[in-house]
Design a protein around this ligand. Sequence first.
Ligand SMILES: [Zn+2]
Length: 189
Amino acid sequence: MRVWGERYNRDLQRYNLALRMIAHEARTHTICDWTGLPDDKIRHLYQSYVDEHGKRHVLRRRGPSPQSLAFFFGTARSRSEAAALVGLCYLLEVLPTSALDNPRRELPSVARGERLCDAFEMYQQLVPETPMTLEHLVLLVMTVSQGQEFEVTQCAGCGGVVVLDRSGLRRGNCTHCNEHRHIEADAER
Ligand SMILES: [Zn+2]
């Protein structure tokens, strides 16, 4: 009876996480990775979600998952958003403290997936107009935890989190401090 109860609880956790990720318009394969549920179960859950909430809510999840890291470095705003999300993910232990060889295999778990959703939901509360989706956050978390394309450091000006793109040369200050420095430099001229 106890074994059955534990198994039931574990399954329930998987289903709850899957529903949470569906609500955030995650792709089926992403939900499979994090919940460990087979894709037919997830499609079934999608269908019940659509029946309950209407089709409008799932239209945006079509197409492939975002692949391009350029999204996070296109504008000063997206750089700040990426840095804030990374900071939040460290705080909530979504991101590991050391680099992983194969994040796609090592990172996903139900417990971490719940913390991933916590981080995303918290961020949405703070920045309701954000263009970042849960899929963007997954891409960010996977890339940062591999530690090859991004470098996470502290801003020399304020100590805040800065995410640097290793392929491009960017100064190690956060967007806010960079702007502040430009303003001061202009004022001195
Ligand atoms: Zn700063």
